[in-house]
Design a protein around this ligand. Sequence first.
Ligand code: HAM
Length: 427
Amino acid sequence: MSQYRSVKGTRDIFSDEMISWKHVENVIHRVAGLFGFHEIRTPVFEYTDLFQRSIGATTDIVGKEMFSFRPEPEGRSITLRPEMTAGVMRAFLQGNLAASAPVHKLYYIAELFRKERPQAGRQRQFSQFGAELLGASSPEAVAETIGLMMQVFTDLGVQRLKLKINTLGDLEDRNRYREALREYLEPYSGDLDEPSRERLSKNPLRILDSKNPEVQAVIAGAPKLHDYLNRSALDEFERVLEYLDRKAIAYVVDPFLVRGLDYYCHTAFEVVSPELGAQDAIGGGGRYDGLARQLGSKSDIPAVGFAVGLERLLIAMEKQGLLRHIGPVAPAVFVVVQGSEMAADAVSVCDALRRAGISAEMDLAGKSMKAQMRDANKSGAAYALFVGSDEVMSQKYGLKNLKTSDQEPLTLREIIEKLAALDRVRQ
Ligand code: HAM
């Protein structure tokens, strides 16, 4: 074993687990395609002020969780992206995408970095699948975005998820509410825990989603956000809920749901799973109509999006036994070679099969024929193909069905025809 270890809060993914990741990613790409979302990739780091401006200076992410550094001592600080929304909006504005079409539907699978205390389901490098619908945030757009997220869960077979949804109203209403909440909470500051006391002056809304029962007891009597929202915000929220009903997506309205990032307005949502313990949020999102202007856009860009933590999604799937049936991809043919003199012929046979689109593997370590047969069986290959001096001379190779043990001598052309036909049947 090497003395080198991976960095705290990061992990390696080996091929067995990779199969589960690929399965999840394939479903994501397929469902995103069904909804007409297009993939986007943005840089892993951005200028630090992009995140300060968008996520908000008083949030936990910006306050204490960013990996920031200055490549040049006097230069601008840059930060490993802690989330994707800010970078996607930056790219959208910089690339002037609005000029080509009013609405863009983008999605991503990306690596993120947050300096959080690592624990189950919480890493310092993690992955998200997410979508950002830019140019519209109508109830239809919100429902469409939530619908995409929920269909991925459904197609993966994930059960027992709870979609919590709320409306935060517009900025003005929220500011009025923030003041009312602060006024209510101040006399109770002695009953609050340390993080909530800290939030009281900076970001009192965040106190609402504290999990501490003592804080929750104080919050129970607090003024309700919905009482401060204007009629049209509430009507719009109702229409989102109607669309969810129409799509048969179950939800719970949670008036205390406020998200940990500042850019949200109106509809915000979170999906939780009982499989995840303390870190129960599997995904979340909402509208962020104000972000474009905050980043310098001259026009309004209504927007809505979400992100789902893939490590947490896989933990939930594992616990629900959804990964067990996904086996490794086995080669069609394992070429067994009689001796090192025949190795060059075996290489050519493998290549001919691959050129014909048939997956083939062979021994690369000079093993005995017996050991190669063991490897052929272990690989899960459908067939073993023998390459010995007689076979090379006659140009007929023994093709053995590893399930039935039937064997027949065939030319390479016959083998290719037979396996290609089988493949077509299997598809
Ligand atoms: P978020 O709630 O900060 O939202 O993250 C979304 C999901 O990423 C979480 O629900 C969780 O599953 C996962 N996640 C977050 N931090 C970690 C971590 N340290 N380790 C493992 N998983 C983690 C956003 O990031 C927004 N950008 C979502 C969004 C997109 N809103 C609008 N568009």
